[in-house]
Ligand binder design. Structure first.
Ligand SMILES: [Zn+2]
Length: 108
């Protein structure tokens, strides 16, 4: 019998939700589909790990794709984010009204 820490099971469920979805999912949508009480920062933390592990575990065939966050006020696109997260402020217009990033796992 193989014992797994609880977080890896949860991470696997998050990965499954992201693989099964046909559309990009925000952290709020992931939370609902996984059915757990999680904070957004916990999910972003899992997504950061998934980014690193998915290529390795799929032999380079799959990747976590991110639809970048955008500013709802001036339409600025946060193209240069290196990690999954929701920026707090738009660098162009200083608005805090940010459309969150969305994710899915797909073949590359
Ligand atoms: Zn803006």
């Amino acid at each position: 019998m193989e014992l797994k820490p609880a977080y890896s099971t949860l991470r696997e469920r998050i990965m499954k939700v992201l693989e099964d979805s046909h559309s990009f999912l925000t952290v709020d949508e992931i939370k609902v589909l996984v059915g757990e009480e999680l904070s957004n920062s916990e999910i972003y933390e899992h997504l950061r790990h998934i980014t690193k592990s998915i290529r390795r575990s799929s032999g380079g065939k799959k990747a976590l794709l991110m639809k970048p966050p955008t500013c709802r006020k001036c339409s600025y696109v946060f193209k240069d984010l290196s990690k999954p997260r929701k920026p707090s402020k738009c660098p162009r217009c200083r608005s805090e009204w940010i459309e969150p990033p969305a994710f899915k796992i797909a073949g590359v």
